[in-house]
Design a protein around this ligand. Sequence first.
Ligand code: TXA
Ligand code: MG
Length: 333
Amino acid sequence: MILDGHSGEAIEEAARRLRAGELVAFPTETVYGLGADAANDAAVVGIFAAKGRPADHPLIVHVCSGAKGDEALSRFALPLPEFAMKLVHAFWPGPLTLIAPRQIGVATAAAGGQDTIGLRCPSHPVAQALLRACAERGVAGLAGPSANRFGRVSPTTASHVQGEFGDELLIIDGGPCEVGIESTIVDCSRGVPVLLRPGLITRAQIEAACGEKLRDRHDLSKPDPRASGTLEAHYAPSAKVRLMDAKALQTGLDLLGAEAKNIAVWSRAEVKSRSSHLVLRRMPDDAAAAAQVLFATLRDFDTQGVKLIWIETPPDGHDWEGVRDRLQRAAAS
Ligand code: TXA
Ligand code: MG
């Protein structure tokens, strides 16, 4: 069932169900999340079951902004290092997740067995309204992975979520997501900031805000905590995705000629084909605009029944890092 998130009644109904241990899908500025009371392990186990996600892949806990949010922060995490607090002040509420040392004994299921916890304060007004209504009922945080089945494309509209989980699930509709790819994740539990997942907020912005050099996962000697968003193959549509430069793309289309069918093309460059059976879509020239439509475009190609998706390799440059990351992983499956 889809309810309009701008209605106070819908928010109350969602908060009531979450308090009772049920799952509710909710909008954020990045992608839709599948929420449960983070402090209720049984409810959180329901998320893993619904997604088909292995139990050792930890979930992010969403908290509201303001005093209630600060309370939640100290409820779930040990005191954050100074560089992490600078990130909180610079980017919350917004599309940034911080990995922090976890308070002993809280959100154990959500943490997936790690001694750390992922925390995020989303900026979407409907998410904030829901988080506040939850906090008022004693639910300090919502565990919320992207509302898709494990390994699949993240949802950026309420109807995408409905397509994943059916009509039984309560889905709070907040319109299409503005950012379109998941939050940037910075691990703050190792004394230095480490980028675990690129997103809209770039390396340069993070380094400027916290005054430290941002490390990469690969720089670390200690093995990574398990993170599904860091698996090589992820975000996969049903069709096979290939990345290539504009020239290779055009050569491929020329070779197939009028016979080309069941192929979708997403490119910044204008490409030509003699076939009238192609699904051609232009990729925006701007990284943020491309991110916003990325997952919806992949889903749309699947809906049209294509077997192959040819995508022009996005430009180098840090602003494209989040888009490159998602497309490389879609192509790795
Ligand atoms: O934008 C987002 O972050 C969305 C919206 C709904 O907030 N959520 C999202 O959640 O993308 P999910 O579960 O699909 O991806 C969260 C990523 C996973 O790769 C997970 O393994 C990682 O965060 N993660 C969560 N807690 C962690 C922890 N304690 N240590 C390391 N990685 C963690
Ligand atoms: Mg996900």
